[in-house]
Design a protein around this ligand. Structure first.
Ligand SMILES: [Zn+2]
Length: 398
């Protein structure tokens, strides 16, 4: 049995607390005792706020150029076009540093900022085959003591549009991917039923989760969201399905949003947003109020889709709050929840949170309380995995 004692931690409710970690999990969380003779090896957190490690719910480990040469952004020729962006991406990737190096750079950035659970989409299509999946599976293995990573087999070039992809997706799930992805069934593959039949069919066959990239807006996007929710309910997959981006939810009438929110909540389909700067995005407060799990991710960091992103989910909470017009304390706390507890729920993480019995994966930082952490985004922070320091002030230790 291995015990680690922490003194003077501040919990989200402001209470000063002493914490014991036993064999990597919280074993006691008690009011700070100010004991005259604390255990000799106790770590004094000096009143720092302790938050559960952040959840990076949507990232692309295979296509980032973080740490590689700068790739100037290439604009689409006639408005946002997924197909054209994929073509730019293939061109850039041909000239990039080895994928393993780029993925590791990005992972260490995320861990350094306090994310210890992650969901990464990994490209699968007829051109790249399973090369990306094989590389990222090896990277995941290398980092397994530091971060829990779920991988999504992601048909970046569509399924019907890229013959052979369905078989490759099946193979990717057999190799170790946890979920199957999808991409704009209507605008990309122009076959909503065929695309979703394939995605949900493979999910059912392999017992995998589903996380679909959906950029389609308006009533078309809403229709697809409703189809995904209906299939989730029909297959009993509540809690195992997510829609990433779901721009249509940010671009609809209040009545239609209320209907979609009700359906998403009832079917247990989670919604991922990165609060992009140039798109309508899902209304976080309204969806949470309807009972929908809204989680977040960095999505693209220094890649062919956009140059932004810093791998800091606390900063992502700040962006979500800023773009959502969150000013009150409870709203800022909601922004923090999106990058922590709601993310854990969407990813189905076991033992998440600051609670007795939970995994001792946490971040300690200087802030009065959660609302201040969200607006100030203190970069000085210490990241603990199973109670041991793995990163400090944005950099991995050692
Ligand atoms: Zn994405």
């Amino acid at each position: 049995m291995h015990e680690i004692h922490f003194l003077n931690a501040k919990l989200a409710d402001g209470s000063p607390t002493d914490i014991t970690v036993t064999d990597g999990r919280f074993s006691t969380i008690t009011p700070a005792a100010n004991a005259a003779s604390p255990p000799a090896a106790a770590i004094d957190l000096a009143g720092q706020l302790v938050l559960p490690a952040f959840v990076e719910g949507h990232i692309h480990l295979d296509t980032s150029f973080y740490g590689d040469a700068w790739r100037p952004h290439i604009p689409c020729t006639n408005g946002f076009d997924v197909r054209e962006r994929v073509a730019f991406q293939m061109r850039n990737l041909d000239q990039a540093a080895p994928m393993r190096e780029r993925a590791r750079n990005q992972l260490e950035l995320c861990i350094g900022n306090g994310s210890l659970a992650m969901r990464s989409h990994v490209m699968v299509d007829a051109a790249v085959g399973l090369k990306h999946v094989e590389t990222i599976l090896a990277v995941r293995e290398h980092y397994r003591e530091l971060i829990d990573i779920q991988l999504v087999a992601f048909p970046q070039s569509g399924i019907q549009s890229s013959p052979g992809t369905a078989e490759l997706l099946d193979e990717a799930l057999k190799l170790g991917c946890d979920l199957i992805g999808g991409l704009d069934p209507a605008s990309f593959d122009r076959d909503v039923k065929g695309h979703l039949d394939m995605v949900f069919g493979l999910a059912e066959k392999r017992g995998a989760g589903v996380d679909i990239h959906l950029h389609d807006g308006g009533t078309l996007g809403l229709f697809e969201i409703e189809e995904i929710a209906a299939r989730t309910t029909a297959l009993g997959m509540q809690g195992k399905v997510a829609v990433s981006h779901a721009y249509a939810l940010g671009d609809t009438s209040a009545d239609a949003l209320a209907r979609a929110g009700e359906m998403l909540a009832a079917s247990g389909v989670a919604i991922m947003t990165n609060a992009p700067g140039n798109h309508p995005f899902p209304p976080v407060a309204a969806l949470r109020k309807a009972g929908v799990t809204v989680f977040a991710g960095s999505d693209n960091i220094r890649d062919s889709w956009w140059p932004y992103g810093d791998g800091d989910m606390l900063n992502r909470a700040n962006m979500i709050g800023y773009r959502s017009g969150f000013y009150e304390d409870w709203e800022l706390e909601a922004a923090c929840d999106v990058v922590s507890h709601a993310g854990a729920k969407a990813l189905g993480l076991e033992g998440y949170g600051i609670a007795v019995g939970a995994k001792a994966d946490f971040v300690a930082l200087k802030a009065e309380h959660v609302p201040e952490a969200v607006v100030a985004v203190p970069k000085a922070r210490t990241v603990y995995r199973a109670g041991r320091v793995v990163a400090r002030d944005g950099s991995m230790k050692g």
